[in-house]
Design a protein around this ligand. Structure first.
Ligand code: ZN
Length: 484
């Protein structure tokens, strides 16, 4: 072997290894790639999507730029720079960029466009300069919100009451009535006009009477328009009541309610009572709100809602209750229902046609039945001694759903009755009143021709027969009734 071979071979091998190492560490051995995550074919005013980028065979990402390219211009939507990266590998090779852009503010014209994603790595390349185009995704830009016109008028609503709004929202996919912090979903498909919507909404007893009420309609790409609903909210004063809590009541009820809710008995009865009256009350309301988040998309009711026969009101809606124990006020709560008493274990009837949503124990309400009457209107029957219906069952107005009792936070046999609109308790007196149903509910459904009945569905709300009026129940103060 010649001497020069001994020199040249290691040099060649060394150079080759160095070149290979350099190639491995410093070069972009494969162009970067990318894809859109959850991207649709169109973009609304507020574009929101994500971009995933990958540069596995490179020293790492240098920059990612996302733009919207139209025939005449390019609008930058997002950009991220990663810097030169470490000297020997270890750069960012995979990343996800979330893009949130206001296309209206950017002045992007409506029509065809393309989402373009450009990626540059920190790798050296043998040929070609500049970034690699990893995504070219055609989209349609649509930044026009739905057209909204409110058709119903004269929404005269008492605080704690309800109303029905009818409106046209061309191009909307979703619509709701917004009342301060509350939103009540609206429904379409009730009227022959495919763009006509109806929404039952509440003005909950705890909102400011100056609260603005509006319709918010949103199209399929998130463009939203909010239009005011003409309302006149009549304020009212809810009665104040003091409920005396006796030792016997606490000794009997606190352990009973703890046991019914699978809780270990509390060491202190008053603390146990406060837990029930505050925390369990809140939990029960949260459960009700979740339970009533969706409803049958058509009215199942027909005319006014029935009152329990021969039942005397013990306590009215939204009483402000103070709880007295040993001469001191230990708690305050609002009574979000109506207490009715007649005979012990009296039959409780469904106030209207509906579907049983709950037939179970529900915290402070004890054994409870909740019915869905459609379009976000629900009724609740609490403190029952027996439940005679099952979840999912269809019931007719007047059908027995159970018997009164004193389960849950009730100090005597009575029915706690509540009407809820989209999870908010409202004054049931309105729904019992044929005149109110006629003017505030049925008249609204009569504003537009109804859609042809879709295969044997329930009839929509009808006008009550003329002259069918029922006296509004008067509230008798009664004795202290430490119930829900
Ligand atoms: Zn009650």
């Amino acid at each position: 072997m010649k001497r020069w071979v001994l020199v040249v071979v290691p040099v060649v091998v060394g150079v080759a290894l160095a070149a290979g190492g350099l190639w491995w560490l410093k070069f972009e051995r494969q162009p970067p790639t990318g894809e859109l995550v959850a991207a649709k074919g169109s973009l609304g005013q507020r574009a929101a999507f994500a971009v995933a980028v990958h540069a596995p065979k490179s020293p790492g990402l240098h920059s990612v730029r996302v733009a919207l390219r139209t025939a005449s211009a390019a609008f930058p939507l997002a950009e991220k720079n990663y810097g030169p990266g470490p000297l020997l590998g270890g750069g960012v090779r995979d990343d996800v960029l979330r893009v949130h852009a206001d296309l209206g503010k950017l002045g992007v014209p409506e029509g065809n466009a393309e989402i373009e994603v450009l990626v540059e790595t920190n790798g050296w390349r043998l040929s070609g300069e500049g970034p690699t185009v990893v995504v070219q995704h055609p989209v349609v830009v649509d930044v026009t919100p739905p057209q909204v016109a409110v058709l119903s008028t004269q929404h005269n609503i008492r605080l704690g009451g309800a109303s029905v709004a009818v409106f046209r929202a061309a191009g909307a996919e979703q619509a709701e009535i917004v009342v301060g912090p509350y939103a009540f979903p609206a429904t379409r498909g009730i009227f022959a006009d495919a763009d006509a919507w109806v929404g039952v909404f509440a003005v909950p007893q705890d909102v400011d009477p100056a609260t603005r009420v509006s319709v918010r309609a949103t199209d399929g790409v998130g463009n939203a328009r909010e239009v005011g609903v003409p309302v006149s909210i009549k304020t009212r004063r809810f009665p104040d009541r003091v409920l005396a809590l006796s030792e016997t009541f606490l000794q009997q009820k606190v352990p009973e309610i703890y046991a019914a809710n699978a809780l270990a008995a509390p060491a202190d009865l008053v603390q146990g009572y406060l837990f029930i009256n505050r925390d369990m009350r809140k939990q029960s309301e949260e459960r009700l709100r979740a339970l009533t988040a969706s409803s049958v998309p058509r009215p199942l009711w027909d005319g006014p809602f029935l009152r329990q026969p021969n039942a005397a009101p013990m306590s009215a809606f939204a009483d402000r209750r103070a709880y007295e124990y040993r001469g001191a006020i230990i708690d305050r709560q609002t009574h979000l229902g109506y207490d009715l008493a007649s005979l012990r274990h009296a039959d409780v009837i469904a106030t209207q046609n509906g579907i049983v949503l709950l037939a179970d124990n529900l915290g402070i309400y004890g054994n409870t039945v909740v019915l869905d009457h459609g379009l976000g209107v629900f009724s609740l029957y609490g403190h029952l001694s027996a439940i005679t219906v099952q979840k999912g069952q269809t019931v007719k107005a007047g059908e027995v759903v159970g018997q009164t009792g004193e389960t849950g936070l009730a100090g005597g046999d009575h029915l706690h009755f509540s009407i809820m609109v989209g999870g908010s308790h409202v004054d049931p007196v309105e729904w019992w009143d044929p005149g109110w149903i006629r003017d505030h509910v049925a008249a609204r459904f009569a504003l537009l021709p109804a859609a042809p009945a879709a295969g044997g569905g329930e009839a929509p709300a009808k006008l009550p027969p003329p002259g069918a009026t029922e006296a509004r129940p008067s509230v008798i103060p009664g004795e202290g009734h430490p119930g829900v």
